[in-house]
Design a protein around this ligand. Structure first.
Ligand code: TYD
Ligand code: MG
Length: 463
């Protein structure tokens, strides 16, 4: 007789016909558990297994053009930065996964958002991590006492579904999906198959009832193996909450969105009384800038359709190590090495004798080539110990030949720099040529990095 038992890795969900000490897919030790193969077989005719059905099929195939227009119904939460990231609010019946490192502020953000939403909607906030008293204390700290927000401290999925059926909420928040377990699944709580099973039950409920669900998922520094990654394909949107825990700024970014673009970001600041929206991030980030010190360069990058001004700081110091150190904080390490190599080759600067540290103020991450010029300018400035001229900002990409390449959205970047009172913008010549408006600030088109030196102050005479 054929055996009806198989083995599944509780870490990554890999399956195997025989037990193994170490999973060959994810490398975890002692992670294989028995599971019933019959659960996997196709159900007999007439038997329905709604547990694995994400969307109920109710009609034969339809021609797309014959379908009625069904605009997605969205509910605005009232927290503009969050609504923007989702493309204008939460879509009915959608499932959103909010992922981030522990302690970054996911629970705080959701409690704030849904306290606001609970003024006009019914919210069921399920927590498997904190007690009622803890949640109440947090709500008091945030200064909210919402009318229609129901807290439920539970980890059993069946009980949660029963509570949801009784309460009929408009939104369900599940904090966090890793703490939930489905008693009908044989896998151990916290394992990847439990997480997946709970999530798909909640997705099915969202699709069938139109109740939007928000799932919280913890990830570790490396991006997280145990959970959120495995859920990305079954949810409608994945928002990533990122930032440096030691810094006040937090950025929420859509990495997947079935109902909108994934370009938008929302910026928040962690304060004593919860997260505050930062509507003008450029101004806030600039208020901390260090005018007049060598190694600092302002840059205008695009985050979605929004321009954002930040400051890049470089420190170049003689090395005491056999091979010089490079430390990139907020910019891509390989990009930094490439720019250093271009400066060494084209300008003859001796970076190999120096350690290089790069930092972006406010704990931001600038993963865009349009920050190249600013990184180069900051490096040259620190190397020569000559500050960048006052009220100067730049953007543009650098090629391997030292040429400056144009970046997209030049017009918007220039307008933002103008609005913030910069006196001069250093930009690729191509971008300058394409500009149509006449901004008040001086436009300095550059073709190559050789021209960057002209934007540094002269060294004081007495040195
Ligand atoms: P939390 O929302 O619990 O993080 P997560 O759910 O992502 O694990 O919040 C984490 C941190 O936020 C906590 O260490 C303290 C800080 N915090 C504030 O600084 N101000 C506040 O008003 C609140 C509620 C939290
Ligand atoms: Mg939490």
């Amino acid at each position: 007789m054929k055996s009806s038992v198989g083995y599944i890795c509780t870490e990554c969900g890999a399956k195997s016909a025989k037990w193994m000490g170490r999973c060959q897919v994810c490398g975890a030790w002692d992670s294989f558990e028995e599971y019933d193969l019959r659960e996997e077989t196709v159900p007999a005719a007439g038997q329905k297994r709604p547990r694995n059905l994400l969307v109920e099929s109710s009609s034969p195939p339809l021609r797309l053009r014959d379908g009625a227009d069904q605009p997605a119904k969205r509910t605005k939460t009232g927290i503009g930065e969050f609504d923007r990231v989702l493309g204008g609010g939460i879509v009915d019946g959608s499932v959103v996964l909010l992922s981030g490192e522990p302690g970054i502020g996911k629970s705080t953000l959701l409690l704030q958002i849904f306290s606001r939403a609970a003024a006009s909607a019914k919210v069921l906030y399920v927590s498997g991590e904190e007690s009622f008293a803890q949640l109440k204390m947090r709500a008091d700290r945030l200064g909210v006492s919402p009318e229609n927000l129901y807290l439920y401290t539970e980890t059993d999925l069946q009980k949660i579904l029963e509570a949801a059926d009784r309460l009929q909420p408009d939104f369900i928040v599940v904090d966090s999906i890793q703490t939930m377990y489905d008693p009908s699944s044989s896998a151990s709580p916290g394992s990847i198959s439990q997480v997946r099973s709970c999530a798909s039950v909640l997705v099915a409920r969202a699709k069938n009832t139109g109740t939007a669900v928000l799932l919280v998922g913890h990830v570790n520094k490396e991006g997280g193996i145990s959970g959120p990654k495995a859920l990305e394909h079954i949810v409608d949107a994945v928002l990533h909450f990122e930032g440096d825990r030691t810094q006040a700024y937090r950025i929420i970014r859509a990495v997947k969105n079935r109902y909108g673009s994934t370009n938008e970001i929302g910026v928040f600041e962690m304060t004593e009384t919860g997260l505050a929206e930062v509507e003008n991030p450029s101004e806030t980030l600039l208020s901390e800038s260090t005018d007049g010190a060598s190694g600092c360069a302002a840059v205008c990058v695009m985050e979605g359709t929004r321009p954002l001004v930040a400051e890049i700081q470089a420190l170049v110091t003689p090395t005491v190590f056999p091979s010089a150190r490079r430390n990139a904080n907020g910019v891509d390490y390989n990009r930094l090495c490439l720019i250093i190599a271009v400066l060494e080759k084209r300008l003859g600067m001796k970076f190999w004798q120096n350690d290089v540290y790069i930092n972006v103020t406010g704990g931001l991450r600038l993963d865009t080539p349009s920050a190249d010029l600013a990184i180069a300018l900051a490096l040259i400035s620190s190397m020569t110990d000559r500050p960048v001229k006052k009220k100067t900002i730049c953007f543009g990409e650098i090629g391997l030949g030292g040429e400056c390449r144009s970046s997209s959205f030049g017009e918007i970047r220039v307008r933002e720099a103008d609005r913030l009172g910069f006196g001069r913008i250093v930009l690729p010549v191509k971008n300058k040529e394409k500009l149509t408006g006449k901004p008040a600030l001086e436009l300095c088109g550059v073709r190559s990095i050789y021209e960057l030196l002209t934007f540094l102050e002269k060294k004081p005479e007495n040195e």
